[in-house]
Every structure is written in C-alpha cells, then in structure tokens.
Design a binder for this molecule. Sequence first.
Ligand code: SF4
Length: 163
Amino acid sequence: MRYNKIRKMDISNGPGVRVSIFLQGCAFHCEGCFNPETWDFEAGEEFTEETVDEVMELCGKSHIKGLSILGGEPMHPSNIKATEMLAKRFKKMYPDKNLWGWSGYTFEDYLSKQDVIKYFDVIVDGQFDIKLRNPKLEWKGSENQRVIDVQKSLKNGKVEILE
Ligand code: SF4
C-alpha cells in the first residue's frame, strides 16, 4: 500500500479546513483526470501504521473539521485496507468530525458491498467523465458523479444525495 501525499490544511476537498490523504494507484485512467500522478501503484510513499499515526495527529487540531481520503482510488482492492485503517481509527478518535471519500466505483455496483463505507459520512462516487465535465460543480468534476450521504443511504437502502 502506498500514498501520494498528505495535505495538512486542505480547503478544496470537502467542507471547512481538512486533512487530506491521496492514496497511490488507480486503474480507471479517466481521460482528463485531475491527478494522473496517482495512477501508478508502485509510485509514492509506503503507507504504514506511522502514516496513520501522522494523519490522526494532524486531524486532532481544533481547526480541522474532518478527513478526506482521495486518490488514486481509495477503494481499489490494493488500497482498501489503507482506507479502512484510516477510516476506522479516525471515527474512533474523532466521532464529531466528518469523513469524506472519493471513488471511481459507483455506490450500487461496488461501494455498498464494502464494509469500510460504514465509517464514511460522504462519498463522491463515479469516474470522472470529460464529456460531462462542469467546473461549477461542488466537490465533483463531472455531472455523472454524485455527492452521497452515506449514513442516510445505508439506512434507507438506496442512494441519498447530500443536501
Ligand atoms: S477515478 Fe479519479 S483518480 Fe482514478 S483516473 Fe479517474 S479521476 Fe483519476
């Protein structure tokens, strides 16, 4: 498991000032991807327990509203354990802060079958589609992607869009 970078103060990926971690490796290779340097599963830095410790320490600062896990593809089988290590520890340590994630997989086909999503407040799902690109959208790059309220969706058994 590897990661590309950690942002200590990110105001672009989710509400408020956040910590973000970009995991390394994505097999989707969407045309126009905002982050192609994260595609190679062998690049970046090794992801270890110390990486989780570092992220948790950063998340503990009072001005940090939450953690965002991006990629690359955080839910790829090669990365999902790293995502779970982060998500599980984050929710245990900071139950009042929110956890956001981005994934090229869709909720119905794949994400809803992954145990790790129970830790998330919000997941933006779906691959970036350059034909549906819209720079005015908040938290997502193309019209097909959805900003999903994960807890509400799990409770109701269907995709619920964040209001
Ligand atoms: S899923 Fe995301 S990281 Fe992967 S290629 Fe598409 S836009 Fe890039």
